[in-house]
Design a binder for this molecule. Structure first.
Ligand code: CTP
Ligand code: MG
Length: 232
């Protein structure tokens, strides 16, 4: 990536955390490398992002010993993964900056494991956030009834009005996001919660239930079925 002159317009970069082990998926290798509809899961993620013309660069964060991440012309790989997703993203932001990204550039952080995202969904996020003060994320309103539980029994039904499920990409300015994550610490599971902790309010942009995160063993078959249905 070329160095970014101080007064140049902000660019957009995708940052893909792919340094997890996928412990809940129960696969022998990290889930992002499991074959899905003929190739590694993460390649579907990268193909979708490759279809977003406004992205100036795509950087994938893998763990230091990783030998499985495919190389390709459309993305770069940095072996700077951390112990948590937040650490991987924080390290990836530092790496993006070292490679020439500016403080005011937008970064779209997207889970490698969300391989069903589409260019149209990412474009909608960009359209709605580009002129926003804060930035935002793809999310879907809660469809099911929400229960609080204790010892496997429902104790209370929580109002689902005004509740959303956070997805990715999540789009924020690089400098603000770096500071937000540094302050929030390792516990946050998405970028928006770090931004919220600064007192800012990320914009919620309607995503799709199909943009789910491959997490559990049964998710692979569902993701494969969706990918194959799109080919037909
Ligand atoms: N991730 C990462 N670095 C970590 C942990 C997670 O880059 N230390 C990435 C994963 O590779 C994934 C995304 O963050 O693409 C979302 O995390 P998650 O779905 O929780 O993946 P894993 O942490 O790998 O899975 P699990 O929690 O089941 O172990
Ligand atoms: Mg995890």
């Amino acid at each position: 990536m070329a160095a970014h002159p101080p007064n140049a317009p902000a660019r957009l970069h995708a940052l893909i955390p792919a340094a997890g082990t996928g412990s809940r998926a129960g696969t022998a290798q990290p889930k992002q490398y499991e074959p899905l509809a003929g190739r590694a899961l993460v390649l579907h993620t990268l193909e979708a992002l490759g279809g977003v013309s406004r992205l100036a660069s795509i950087l994938v964060v893998v763990s230091s010993g990783d030998s499985l991440m495919p190389r390709g012309a459309g993305w770069q790989v940095a072996a700077c993964g951390g112990d948590t997703r937040a650490a991987s993203v924080g390290n990836g932001l530092a790496e993006l900056q070292a490679r020439g990204a500016g403080e005011d550039d937008w970064v779209l952080v997207h889970d490698a494991a969300r391989c069903l995202v589409t260019p149209a969904q990412v474009d909608r996020l960009i359209d709605e956030c580009l002129a926003d003060e804060v930035g935002g994320l793809l999310a879907v309103p809660l469809a099911d009834t929400l229960k609080a539980a204790q010892d496997g029994r429902a104790t209370q039904t929580l109002p689902r009005e005004g509740k959303w499920l956070a997805q990715t990409p999540q789009m924020f300015r690089l400098g603000v996001l770096r500071r937000a994550l540094a302050q929030a610490g390792a516990g946050v599971t998405d970028e928006a919660s770090a931004i919220e902790a600064l007192g800012l309010r990320p914009r919620l942009v309607a995503g799709s239930a199909q943009n789910f995160k491959v997490t559990w063993p049964e998710d692979f078959a569902l993701a494969q079925a969706v990918l194959e249905s799109r080919k037909r």
